[in-house]
Design a protein around this ligand. Sequence first.
Ligand SMILES: [Zn+2]
Length: 269
Amino acid sequence: MSILQSLMEIAEALAVGRSIPLPIVDLCQDLGVEIHRSQTGRARALLVDAKNNPKVLLPLRDKGPAEFTLWERFLIAHELGHLVLHHQGVAKPKNPSEYWKTERLCDAFARWLLVPESRFGELGRQEARTAAHSLNLTRYLESNAGINWAGAAMRVTDWHCDVTFLQLRRELGNTLKVCFCSTPKEIGRKIPISDPLATALVNRGGKRTLEALPAELLGCFPSLSEVSSCVMMGSLTDFRLAVASNPNTRTPSLESDPRLMRESLVSRV
Ligand SMILES: [Zn+2]
């Protein structure tokens, strides 16, 4: 069994019998893992003393509600992934390539833990047929499974590899920057506000409804082809897109591992 398969099974076993959204603090207690806020340097979160007294360290925060945010829940779940790898005897990464692979494994563990297959798999597999269905599914998972949107988007692509999700933010200097993409090729791309897509996003932003976008507007994303439908939702400065491709252009199955080629959420978002 591959490490990936082991992680999926362990995530499922840890989630089984627990309520949804997964009570991550209770789970940590049961596993003997403490959660602290501390200086974490450049890290988004850390797992320390995995061998004797495991602790998840989250960055200090001086405002906001006491409970953990969706992003922090994902960070905690990701660090539990590191603990599981430690318990499995997986050696620490020795080079950047191994490091990134480990990060992506822990991202996968986190989304399977927060969105267990036994609870959401049937819905997830049947739900996404169009871009609109896909984007609605991410919103459903966000509010029902308590997972951050990017984590939910990655989880949907576990079921539907013919859909791509992107998040763009408006930057100073009047560009839109791709800050998240469920495939790595478009991350970091900057789109000038004069681009027809940027104009359409800004004009349609701020509504509470999904807005359809014509596929012709996606020319600024060379990796997206054979688009069958595209929808967006967002504020005036933050836009989320789902792009469905023609099913016969699907990428290979998950087992041949495209998800391991993706960027890690924890390291890059
Ligand atoms: Zn990590």
